[in-house]
Design a protein. Structure first.
Length: 81
């Protein structure tokens, strides 16, 4: 029976002292995206498809997301085309 869920990844066996940190894209709420703007040009920002940052639609700066917190500092942003 298939209910639309993806098959889990295969099991990985590692030594007992190895810590695995799974990184999943953050789901930023629609309400938060509606109020956040680029601190430089004040344009709308959009969540990147991989969830790694918020990209300004005008100046193309990408503000990183670290520990589930958008870092909206101009000095921390990188310009992407």
């Amino acid at each position: 029976m298939h209910c639309g869920l993806k098959k889990p990844p295969p099991a990985v066996f590692l030594p007992h002292n190895v810590l695995i940190h799974w990184v999943l894209p953050m789901a930023i709420s629609k309400e938060l995206l509606e109020i956040l703007v680029c601190p430089l040009c004040k344009a709308t920002v959009e969540l990147k498809p991989d969830g790694s940052g918020l990209k300004c639609v005008q100046c193309k700066r990408v503000y990183p997301i670290r520990d589930d917190i958008p870092v909206m500092l101009i000095d921390e942003a990188k310009v992407e085309e």
